[in-house]
Design a binder for this molecule. Sequence first.
Ligand code: PHE
Length: 337
Amino acid sequence: LRVEALEQLQGVADAASLNDLRVQYLGKKGQLTEILRGMGALSAEERPVIGQVGNEVRAAIEAVIAEKQEGFDRAATAHRLQAETIDVTLPGKEVGTGSVHPLNKVAQEIEDIFIGMGYTIAEGPEVETDYFNFEALNLPKNHPARDMQDSFYITDEILLRTHTSPVQIRTMKAMNGKTPVKVICPGKVYRRDDDDATHSFMFHQIEGLVIGPNIRMSDLKGTLLQFVQEMYGPQMQIRLRPSFFPFTEPSAEVDVTCAQCGGSGCRMCKHTGWIEILGCGMVHPKVLEHGGYDPNEVTGFAFGMGVERIALLKYDIDDIRHFYGNDTKFLNQFAKM
Ligand code: PHE
């Protein structure tokens, strides 16, 4: 048995068959175990002799098994180390560095210009109540001007804000009647438009609001001229065209010199020499009242501009959808600007 077992053990090729042999000889029903178990039938003289031989055989088999097992373990470890080897001298994969999104960049530029004029930044929620978005801005229910801004309603009274003007009311209320108010309010706005080259269901606005004793339309005009010249260059001019917003009176739309032709007229400005950039006006007395101010004591101006529009003009981009496509070929153009 011993010779046979040792012979078989020498020829074993892997850990699994080694275990099979261990069971075959030393297991509970193994060949050697059977022999040792049969010793009760032997005579008193035979028992110690056979017992000793049996134990020797078991020790011999166990020793070989242990030795073999160790060999297999070592081989397995060596194999794993080989397989998991990392070549630390390989050059690494380059991780591209991101850049500031052109819309964020332009928004920051706009903010910086107004901060330079003493404004602070105010923010409001994108999910807004009908009261702040419309009602307090002198747009009562069923007012036809609500059609100008097709809205995403969540309930009858809650909607995604259609402009940043509700932050005017929130700011006034937070100021508790104190003056001066001098804020800009950047943020996302939402309208039920079909997306195309110039429309997006979501875009960005920056609102401006100034309130104090004796704020006049000339203050508004001077502020906007200063902004435009810092943004687009000192040669730029603006013009105000009469317009209508329920929350300002009088209201105006502001055009800036067409950067493409310098004002002489081209396709981009439809041969007018001017490009529209924002809406503005003197804060309507009813809006001041909703904000907790007495329109007999203070006046104010407000304006609202689309960040996309300012950016399209600044960088001569032909389609608003470029801003939302996450195409790194487009975005990388602004990385070093
Ligand atoms: N809220 C207006 C719009 O989204 C813009 C605006 C703001 C006009 C402030 C006047 C005063 O079209």
